[in-house]
Design a protein around this ligand. Structure first.
Ligand SMILES: Nc1ncnc2c1ncn2[C@@H]1O[C@H](COP(=O)(O)OP(=O)(O)OP(=O)(O)O)[C@@H](O)[C@H]1O
Length: 257
């Protein structure tokens, strides 16, 4: 039997002053699934991420995550429910070290506030220690050991993208949104990132949504692919079916080849 989706979008519509960014998109992401969203520039892929993470509020439709209605919730609430995200352009604290960036990612997840931290210092210390251990695991997992004390802004681009992935993992997400994780990377960096994405699925069992222009990567990694064109969903299925779908070839792949 197929497991129930952890994330579900139902007939989502979003427009900005006459520009329709998302036009009736529905899909569900199953636990442990690597789900991809592809489409030409301006097709609405990043807008879908912005709707899921609470940055944009759609005019119509429903978004449900782990049994909770996400519509109307603020981005930090959605993050604390377990949705983590990486961005098209690296969004880290460039002047801080790798370790500090990962610790900050982890603090989004910690359950105590500043006051509670003062009142129950012991508990806060324990939480801090646990955070440090969790971050060390991520450093191991993403092979960031040699850069742990380096300032992020000075690192090679591929490593920065990896640190950003680590920051998202530090939130202990139940769902990970990856916005063009290999954009701007060379072949070796792309292969490394593909391996980490697969490891996240295999070893950590975290479901992911991948938005990516690198078609080879999507076809190699994804369990299912949603194709959008001008905000409209035109196909949804396994990579092998998407590759041969006449509508997709006409609207997108044909154009790219
Ligand atoms: N904040 C906004 N204000 C106005 N229009 C917007 C806004 N965000 C997105 N759009 C419009 O919505 C449409 C979809 O944009 P979106 O960035 O979601 O596409 P995309 O598929 O992620 O594109 P790309 O592959 O180039 O990143 C575009 O026409 C875009 O101009």
């Amino acid at each position: 039997m197929e497991s129930a989706p952890i994330l579900e979008l139902a007939d989502v519509r979003l427009s900005f002053a006459g520009v329709t960014a998302i036009d009736g998109v529905s899909f569900g992401v199953r636990p442990n699934e690597l789900f991809a969203v592809i489409g030409p520039n301006g097709a609405g892929k990043t807008s879908i991420f912005n709707v899921i993470s609470g940055v944009y509020r759609p005019q119509e439709g429903r978004v449900t995550f782990d049994g909770t209605d996400l519509l109307g919730r603020r981005p930090h609430e959605i993050a604390s429910l377990g949705v983590a995200r990486t961005f098209q352009n690296v969004e880290l604290f460039a002047n801080l070290t790798v370790l500090d960036n990962l610790m900050l990612g982890r603090h989004q997840q910690l359950r105590y506030g500043a006051l509670a931290g003062m009142a129950w210092l012991g508990r806060a210390r324990k939480a801090e220690l646990a955070a440090r251990l969790a971050v060390e695991d991520i450093i191991d997992f993403l092979e960031l050991e040699q850069w742990r004390r380096h300032t992020v802004g000075l690192l090679p681009y591929g490593v920065q993208k990896r640190v950003e992935l680590g920051r998202a993992l530090a939130q202990e997400p139940k769902l990970l949104l990856l916005d063009e994780p290999v954009a701007g990377m060379n072949l070796e960096e792309t292969e490394d990132m593909a391996r980490y994405i697969l490891d996240i699925r295999e070893e950590l069992g975290i479901p992911m949504i991948l938005v990516e222009h690198d078609m080879g990567l999507v076809m190699d990694l994804a369990d299912r692919v949603l194709v959008v064109d001008f905000g409209v969903p035109i196909a949804l299925g396994a990579p092998t079916d998407i590759r041969t779908d006449p509508e997709v070839i006409r609207a997108y792949l044909g154009e790219a080849s």
